[in-house]
Design a binder for this molecule. Structure first.
Ligand code: ATP
Length: 311
């Protein structure tokens, strides 16, 4: 097992009238890509701020790269790259000047900026002012900024929000390369489906508590959501009778039956339907998607009207 890059134990972050995190414990091994998911106000940004040492926990223990981030120094910060949710750049600077500026702030060698701009696909726009950049270009510049100094841990707060599907793919391509290089990546998102096959671990936060943590396969298994058969048939009542109360079946319209079964029994039921005949014309099997899994673990996705900016 890889050593842990992040260790969080019983962490609470309380504001005067609200607990943003309420007893959160987890560890993240080195070199994995972990998705942090949850509805608006679930506590994702608060958790990232605690891991970055930008705010202090009310209770509990946090270790990032073996240190308490709230007490860590510049050397610690240089090992971490961060892309905030709403990245704001100086509009009059070019992409290249922006990176030089951040390299100075971080105490890093500004000569790598060309390589980084190339890596995120901004080499051609390096000399253009940021005010002419699209949302996707700004996000990519944000990623280049986060990569200054070859961080061991990369934290990306909703990095793909507002990006079109092509740019998202491109973004994840760079993330995959970094993961292959051994960088540990923590990224927050509202969208579980786009993370499929791209993350090793997922954590779902709900009202400041962990409602699920594990690989996507483990989450699927734990949710134990059913498979749904849509059966087109000339004899819906006959099909329902042949199912005989052993599984949940209901008539949908004149010529369709919906059958709900455990995923692992789907082949058994498919065979039974084929054998039963009953004028079955077509069978469509819907397996639970990651959206269903997400909805299962984080049922409340309402906007939280109490959300405030940090003081
Ligand atoms: P989003 O997806 O909308 O970015 P999030 O999961 O990142 O949401 P957080 O920003 O971590 O959520 O907020 C968690 C909770 O803590 C929210 O209820 C929010 O209102 C509250 N909160 C965050 N910062 C403060 C603050 N400085 N003072 C008081 N409450 C705060």
């Amino acid at each position: 097992m890889n050593p842990s890059v992040i260790e969080v134990e019983a962490v609470v972050k309380a504001y005067p009238r609200h607990r943003a995190l309420n007893g959160v414990s987890f560890t993240v091994p080195a070199g994995v890509c972990m998705a942090l998911l949850g509805h608006n106000g679930a506590g994702k940004t608060t958790l990232m701020k605690l891991l970055l040492g930008l705010t202090r926990s009310t209770a509990g223990r946090i270790q990032v790269l073996g240190e308490d981030p709230a007490r860590a120094d510049l050397d610690f910060r240089r090992q971490i790259g961060f892309l905030p949710e709403n990245v704001i750049f100086h509009d009059e600077l070019t992409g290249e000047e922006t990176l030089r500026h951040y390299a100075r702030l971080k105490g890093e060698d500004p000569r790598r900026r060309g390589v980084l701009l190339e890596r995120v696909g901004l080499a051609d726009a390096a000399g253009r002012r940021v005010k002419g950049y699209s949302k996707g270009m700004r996000q990519r510049l944000g990623l280049a900024q986060a990569l200054l100094g070859r961080p061991k841990l990369l934290m990306l707060d909703e990095p793909t929000t507002g990006l079109d599907p092509m740019l998202r793919q491109e973004f994840y391509r760079v993330i995959q390369e970094l993961r292959a290089e051994g960088v540990t990546i923590l990224l927050s998102s509202h969208v579980l489906t786009e993370l499929e096959a791209r993350t090793d671990l997922a954590m779902i936060l709900e009202h400041g508590r962990i409602s699920a943590f594990g690989t996507l396969e483990e989450l699927r298994r734990e949710a134990a959501l059913p498979a749904v058969f849509r059966i087109r048939t000339r004899d819906p009542e006959g099909v329902i009778r042949s199912i005989g109360g052993e599984a949940e079946a209901r008539r949908v319209g004149d010529a369709e039956v919906e059958l709900t079964t455990p995923v692992e029994e789907k082949m058994v039921w498919l065979r039974r339907l084929m054998e039963a005949g009953m004028g079955v014309e077509d069978v469509e099997i819907q397996l639970p998607t990651l959206d269903h899994v997400y909805a299962h673990f984080g049922s409340d996705r309402r906007d939280n009207p109490e959300k405030k900016e940090s003081p």
